[in-house]
Design a protein around this ligand. Structure first.
Ligand SMILES: NC(=O)c1ccc[n+]([C@@H]2O[C@H](COP(=O)([O-])OP(=O)(O)OC[C@H]3O[C@@H](n4cnc5c(N)ncnc54)[C@H](OP(=O)(O)O)[C@@H]3O)[C@@H](O)[C@H]2O)c1
Length: 286
């Protein structure tokens, strides 16, 4: 049995449903069973619980041999992930897979990427087999720009005019997690996965324009003003600071390289920006 956390989210959903599709017994730790209808329909077992509730995690871990740890960014992410690892070890899990980030490095400066690296280190020190799945900037982030792309033909970020990113589809990240759980030879591997697209945000706008057939512009925002705007939607000051620190790094020119790891390991081509926009055309179109 494989246990997946975060399965009602973007990456975990794809990981859990892909495993079920392959006929591999998979269970999801789910906080709100009302969100699990699609998982149940796909054949995923549901264990109701929360990473912060050790008893619920212990129950979910009964009979589990491999665990995928997928949690959202937040102040508690590191302590929750460490707890999941320790409970997995206690339950006799033999292989731990963590959804991390390509920017997670020992030299990372911002809280999110430092946290991912510390969590990876905790897993590597667990004595269990491990695999790190490390995507970059999710294509799905652009769904949060759908409204202004649709209504104004513009999208806004505080990335300056030179900010760029290597792009990964969260569904590919989930598929990759499932692939590492379903096939052999991934122990002790740290996989940086991206699509073939490493683009400035002006280039992203050009791809939107080309696919949608109308002019879409990226409009660089003043970082302080953008932070004040984002603060209306994020309730945690820690999270707001952490996100804006990442934005500042992108604006300062930090960008990772694309890799061909996804295709080499899975044998499938990764989803690129143009394909993603085309698939989601309806949400970007007035
Ligand atoms: N966004 C990017 O560009 C990007 C790039 C690289 C890496 N990443 C990494 O991707 C990860 C997030 O993955 P995602 O985008 O797939 O997440 P997501 O869509 O935000 O979903 C988060 C999932 O975690 C669950 N969850 C939250 N708190 C939990 C708790 N205490 N106990 C159990 N489950 C809990 C949520 O459940 P509910 O449905 O109940 O809320 C949901 O299923 C982060 O670690 C991030 O660093 C993101």
């Amino acid at each position: 049995m494989i246990l997946i956390t975060g399965a009602t989210g973007r990456t975990g959903n794809r990981a859990a449903t892909e495993l079920a599709k392959r006929g591999i017994p998979v269970r999801a730790l789910v906080r709100n069973p009302a969100k699990a209808e699609g998982l149940i329909a796909a054949g995923v077992q549901i264990a109701t619980g929360d990473a912060s509730d050790a008893d619920s995690v212990r129950t979910a871990l009964v009979g589990v041999t491999k665990m995928a740890i997928i949690l959202p960014n937040g102040e508690q992410q590191l302590s929750l992930e460490k707890k999941l690892v320790d409970l997995g070890v206690e339950a006799g899990v033999s292989h731990l897979i963590k959804l991390s980030s390509m920017e997670a490095l020992p030299t990372a400066h911002n809280a999110t990427h430092k946290m991912h690296w510390a969590s990876e280190e905790h897993i590597r020190a667990s004595g269990k087999a491990w695999t790190m799945v490390r995507p970059s900037f999710y294509l799905q982030n652009f769904l949060s720009n759908a409204y202004t792309i649709k209504t104004e033909g513009k999208f806004y970020y505080p990335f300056g005019d030179k900010g760029a990113a290597a792009l990964t589809d969260s569904r590919d990240a989930g598929y990759f997690v499932a692939h590492c759980l379903a096939t052999n030879g991934h122990e002790g591997k740290s996989y940086d996965i991206t699509s073939r697209d490493r683009l400035s945000f002006h280039d992203v706008a050009a791809v939107f324009s080309q696919v949608l057939g109308r002019k879409i512009d990226y409009v660089a925002q003043d970082p302080a003003a953008y932070k004040a705007f984002l603060g209306k939607f994020l309730s945690s000051q820690w999270h707001l600071d952490a996100v804006c620190d990442i934005f500042a790094e992108i604006a300062a020119g930090y960008v990772v390289d694309v890799t061909d790891t996804f295709e080499k390991v899975t044998g499938r081509a990764p989803t690129g920006l143009a394909e993603f926009i085309n698939e989601h055309r309806a949400v970007f179109t007035p």
